[in-house]
Design a protein around this ligand. Structure first.
Ligand code: NAP
Ligand code: GLV
Length: 303
């Protein structure tokens, strides 16, 4: 039985060393497998086109938290898909969301603009108690983000498909009611058919006027033109974006230089190879033991 690793080779070497220690009886190949029939597990960001070469494949592991880069419907029916669950991912998302939410709450985009034009002009600091924060997606990352923001005193809410119960967080399944009470919206949804382009003009119109946006889900969830229009027209005040479609944005795209936008190059979270390898090893052990596989995705649901 073998693992085939198809992502960054330097990170693959870290996985290889961890496998040699933890599962020495399982072969670990980077880039190519000498015996495709032995490949039971694939660790990758994208699915290779020649998947038929691996008829004994059991699981495909994403090296990231998201699995939207896979065409789930096109994969062989018996093959499971596993997302990356390692503690560095929610930890880094906590850092990113805190950075972005505080930057918006404390008017950083406006002050950066003032600095560039040599203007020293203090605005009014809004108390955190008056800034209602709402998180779209209440999974691993949404809940981590809410926990990180709790100490600042923002009134917190979250929206998900199923009704969740989270201490100190008003949980919604009704999107309109959630948006109506949200001054600072944070999107941490997985990309699925239902969430594609969810951040559109209609959604922005349901937020209180002058609302703020942090988007660290996936670029295709955002209607970029609608965002620019909402910013230019004042429905939104500012945004921090970690993800766009495409990545990177084309040269000259208005979001590169929009004064109310802070753009980061999809860096909210990066899988740490030592912890990533630990997750994959644990999941393979579970697969071999016939116990529940941590991070196994519901292929029909898409996350
Ligand atoms: P997760 O644990 O699977 O949680 C997903 C959450 O989204 C769940 O609460 C789910 O609702 C909710 N949801 C899904 N579809 C929905 C819909 N149609 N309507 C309402 N709620 C919906 O996922 P996660 O680990 O938190 O990760 C979320 C996403 O973050 C990833 O898929 C990835 O795209 C993105 N991400 C970005 C970065 C970055 O660097 N920018 C890093 C890692 C991940 P239920 O609770 O009802 O199931
Ligand atoms: C990054 O975006 C990930 O999915 O881990």
């Amino acid at each position: 039985m073998a693992v085939l690793y198809l992502s960054d080779p330097a990170r693959g070497a870290v996985f290889h060393a961890a496998f040699a220690k933890a599962l020495p009886d399982i072969a670990f190949h980077i880039g190519e497998a000498p015996d495709p029939l032995a490949v039971c597990w694939l660790v990758t960001w994208t699915v290779p086109t020649d998947l038929k070469r691996y008829p004994n494949l059991r699981l495909i592991f994403s090296v990231g938290a998201g699995v939207d880069q896979f065409d789930l419907a096109a994969l062989p029916p018996g093959v499971g898909v596993v997302r990356m669950l390692e503690p560095g991912i929610p930890q880094q998302m906590q850092e990113y969301v805190t950075l972005a939410a505080l930057a918006l709450h404390r008017d950083l985009p406006a002050y950066l603009g003032q600095q560039r034009s040599g203007l020293w002009k203090a605005g009014r600091n809004m108390p955190a108690e008056d800034r209602r924060v709402g998180v779209m997606g209440l999974g691993v990352l949404g809940q981590a983000a809410l926990a990180a923001l709790r100490p600042f005193g923002f009134p917190l809410a979250g929206w998900a498909r199923s009704l969740r119960q989270i201490d100190g967080v008003e949980c919604f399944t009704d999107l309109d009611a959630f948006l109506a009470r949200t001054d600072l919206l944070i999107c941490l949804l997985p990309l699925t058919a239902e969430t594609e382009a969810i951040l559109d003009a209609g959604l922005f119109a349901k937020l209180p006027r002058g609302a703020l946006l942090v988007h660290a889900g996936r670029g295709r969830q955002l209607d970029h033109a609608a965002l620019i229009e909402a910013l230019d027209e004042g429905q939104l005040s500012a945004a921090v974006l970690d993800v766009t479609a495409p990545e990177p944005l084309p040269h000259g795209h208005p979001l590169w230089s929009h004064p109310q936008v802070i753009l980061t190059p999809h860096v909210a979270c990066q899988t740490r190879p030592v912890d990533g390898a630990r997750h994959v090893i644990g999941a393979i052990r579970a697969d071999l033991a016939g116990t529940p596989i941590p991070g196994l995705v519901d292929r029909r649901r898409g996350y």
